[in-house]
Design a protein around this ligand. Structure first.
Ligand code: FDA
Length: 369
């Protein structure tokens, strides 16, 4: 007497993609979410007729044509290109580090001048084996870029000195010797016209959806509703934290409505000095080339005390990875449960990656039936 084929815990991009594919294949899905809205972290709220990215800026980008076509079936995408501005003590630099940045920093007019300047700054540092994040970043980009554009921003993000952070956090730094301010290298990029909610609503339209519903408040009841469970919440929570909690970095957002048409002239501004307490300011209308009379901005503050905060970025250090391994071993024994998405896999996924992962899981699920 199980009513549904799948109970999907979490209506984020993983759960919604799974629900879409399964309902398309004729399965009955019940999607529950503890929040008062669907969409997980890509959810937008309409304020002053502007789509406000409620859980931080979301820019869709991918190199994969199949995934690009896949999302375009739910919404058309605009031509938004992410080109953040770095604000260091009120001097502005282009990101990612490129010829515009080098020209502003040193007056370099050619790629070879810029390369020579970076090489000159790295030369005397003696950093063959970087011992921490500071040394690693210095080795990659030299002193000026590190001091003005990386050091304080990273220290604010982590609430720790760069010399106390491990080198592995920074493996590569995007650096290019062209005048190209496009942050991403991917072939396809944009924001869905009409907002991300349109995609999620479309994906969930043939499922039953219950919001304000936490799986853990009555897991026996919810589990009894379906033959199988797709779990996209926190994996440590699923196993009652028996091996301890997995840690996350988090952020806090302060929203402001301004009675002006254009507040900062760009969707994303990074604050790379130590004096400014926030890391970024988003001006949401610029994601969609909005012309509304007012504007909505969000100031983003990193938080170090993450007890009751939203779990945003997994911390992939040794301790967390070994705790995760223990949970994954238990997860393998749960034959009726599919664990997927960024919380259940404790993995940072971009949107295109989480869709790819959900598509892969639905495919193997349908094949093994
Ligand atoms: P997600 O967290 O979205 O969904 C999980 C859902 O499960 C939530 O709705 C939650 O409420 C629900 N849930 C959890 N526990 C539950 C329980 N016990 N009972 C019921 N429901 C429960 N990607 C990108 O491509 N470009 C970008 O620009 C960005 N930007 C970005 C900024 C920030 C600050 C973050 C943190 C992330 C990004 N991302 C991104 C990544 C993007 O947000 C991510 O890929 C997807 O939202 C992941 O979707 P999931 O479904 O895995 O998780």
């Amino acid at each position: 007497n199980k009513q549904y084929d799948y109970l999907i815990v979490g209506s984020g991009l993983f759960g919604a993609t799974f629900a879409h594919e399964m309902t398309k294949a004729g399965k009955k899905c019940l999607v529950i979410d503890k929040r008062d809205h669907s969409g997980g972290n890509i959810h937008c709220k309409k304020i002053e007729d502007i789509n406000v990215h409620w859980y931080g800026a979301h820019i869709f980008h991918t190199n994969d044509k199949t995934l690009w076509d896949y999302v375009n079936q739910f919404a058309e995408f605009n031509r938004y290109t992410n080109s953040p501005i770095a604000n260091y003590k009120q001097t502005f630099y282009n990101l990612p580090f490129n010829m515009n940045t080098f020209y502003k920093l040193w007056g370099s007019k050619t790629p070879s001048e810029a390369k020579a300047e970076i090489a000159r700054q790295i030369e005397h540092l003696n950093l063959d084996e970087p011992q921490n994040l500071e040394e690693q970043a210095l080795k990659l980009v030299g002193t000026d870029i590190y001091e003005k554009l990386i050091k304080h921003y990273t220290e604010k993000q982590w609430g720790k000195k760069a010399t106390e952070l491990p080198a592995f956090i920074i493996k590569r730094l995007p650096i290019r010797f062209t005048f190209d301010n496009n942050y991403f290298n991917d072939k396809y990029q944009g924001i869905p016209i009409g907002g991300y909610n349109k995609i999620i609503d479309c994906m969930l339209k043939n499922s039953d959806v219950k919001l304000d519903t936490d799986f853990f408040e009555d897991r026996a009841f919810w589990s009894s509703q379906a033959k199988k469970i797709v779990f996209t919440g926190k994996i440590d929570n699923y196993f009652d934290f028996k091996f301890g909690e997995l840690e996350y970095r988090s952020l806090r957002y302060e929203l402001e409505v301004h009675d002006t048409e254009n507040f900062q002239g760009n969707a994303v501004m990074n604050f790379t000095d130590a004096e400014t307490p926030y890391t970024r300011v988003y001006e949401h209308k610029h994601f969609e080339f909005g012309t509304q009379p007012k504007t909505v901005i969000t100031r983003e503050y990193p938080i170090t005390d993450t007890k009751n905060a939203e779990p945003y970025y997994p911390i992939n250090d040794e301790r967390n990875m070994s705790v995760l391994k223990q949970y994954q071993q238990l997860a393998e024994l749960e034959s009726n449960v599919i664990f997927g998405g960024r919380l259940a896999e404790y993995r940072y996924y971009d949107m295109h990656q989480v869709i790819a992962s959900a598509l892969k899981k639905t495919k193997s699920e349908l094949e093994t039936e």
